[in-house]
Design a protein around this ligand. Sequence first.
Ligand code: FES
Ligand code: MG
Length: 576
Amino acid sequence: MTHKRPEDLRSARWFAPDDLRSMGHRSRAMQMGLSEEDWEGKPVIAVINTWSDLSPCHHHLRDRAEQVKRGILQAGGMPAELPVHSFSEQFLKPTSMLYRNMGAMEVEETLRSHPVDGAVLLGGCDKSTPALIMGAISMGIPFIFMPAGAMLRGNYAGQKLGSGTDVWKYWDERRAGTIGKEEWMGVQGGIARSYGTCMTMGTASTMMSIAEGWGLTLPGASSIPAPDAGHKRMAAACGRRIVDMVWEDLTPDRIITAASTRNATAVAMATGCSTNAIIHLIAMARRAGVEWGLDDLDRIGREVPVLANLRPSGKEYLMEDFFYAGGLPALMKEMSGKLDLSVTTVTGRTLGECIEGAVNYNDDVIRPMSNPLYHEGSLAVLRGNLAPDGAVIKPAAMDSRFQVHSGPAIVADNYADLKKIINDENYPMTPDHVLVLRNAGPQGGPGMPEWGMIPMPKALLKQGHRDMMRLSDARMSGTSYGACILHVAPEAFIGGPLALIKTGDIIEMNIPNRTLNVKLSAEELEERRAAWTPPEARYERGYGYMFTKHVEQADKGCDFDFLKTEFGGPVPEPEI
Ligand code: FES
Ligand code: MG
């Protein structure tokens, strides 16, 4: 194993030379009360913190940063906390997805421009995990991802509440008139009882699990509830370990390989993963130079069943139950036949060594391969004349009668039109109709908002229906459920076939065959295309302008074209 010498540290270029510039760096470090003992011969570790006062899922990360620093100091490093964007899923408009790439750039450039040798990345709320990891991969220095962890189970009137999932459920009931304001307020007060991320297996928990499955966290880290004392201990352990990783020069390219990417994808499938994970997995893998696409996900999805019996795929359990059952190491042990156990993790040990002692304490929460929650992975990739570059659906979380379905479209051009349709009690529709929302993709949304779990129309709710086939180029929250086809690519806003369909056209979906078509001839589609005019640009200046110029489509992970690994030559290290 390589062992770096102190003079080889990247930070030594700032702190060590006997010259004018370095004297400036040292004197300014002394300005903060530090002295030579703090930096000389020591790796400087960035503690990249996504804490903010408007990020409830990360509200404990100020304190966790202190625990990470404690570990760094114990191991002989110098901690340096560097704040970045907080990716608050609940407060950012139009959608946090608009800012994932901006955050990834911020992380990459923050690491590059500062005198740091390694990093611990603190995050977990949906987009924060991919943003942090994408940026750190592109920078290429050793890093550990420290998952923020899930919040406590929700509770209202003796009922367990799951983040997101139960909000949608109770909202449908409120709109159907079966619960009143008082119950609704009770849910509001009980659904988020502590700091930490959503505690269903939504996007946040899926992404944190993927990071662990990839080998980017300490073993078990992704399943520890945020308020558990073990979470603090894990944070300190991240601090201790990253110092050694710097000496060992354990860079991300040694951890993120094609084999570990297959593992991460298999883990995602076994968790019953959020559809958002598809986009982020592809984007993260591509940053690491691993060619990864929808077909890889679909293939692995067919081989790996859903084992985590957690909402929204499962009916009952939440992340806290998952942790008590043994957490992700126990799940990986159950599915170890589907994993390459020889890959390296941030621990320096193999994945196999990391999960060796894992025990499944509750085989209803973490199902064995012989008794899965769902026989295939939770995602299916569909293609056809309506989605030449693919679309996705989560069959594990929908009414199984939609496995093979065809019905007439009801098309909404934007969210305002859609609202009129879903709020009209007398809108003429049957449960066989297909409700379509378009212009909600990466460019159209903009930022591909989570509008894809289109609320059930009042007209069907009052007839007692709770699911119907819905179709869009948007994403949906990882805590959602229902027969929702998402991520249709290319999106309508740039003239994908979704832009051309009309109310009354017949949409056909066949999940076993992985197809999605509109019953129109190629000629008819061509004629409609000739008559189509592109919508007006969403932005004429600022970040949004850059975003729309450079964002790629969902099937490619929605990264910016110029941030891809193979785009241009490598970025030079800053001159001193
Ligand atoms: Fe932060 Fe769900 S809102 S994880
Ligand atoms: Mg979410």
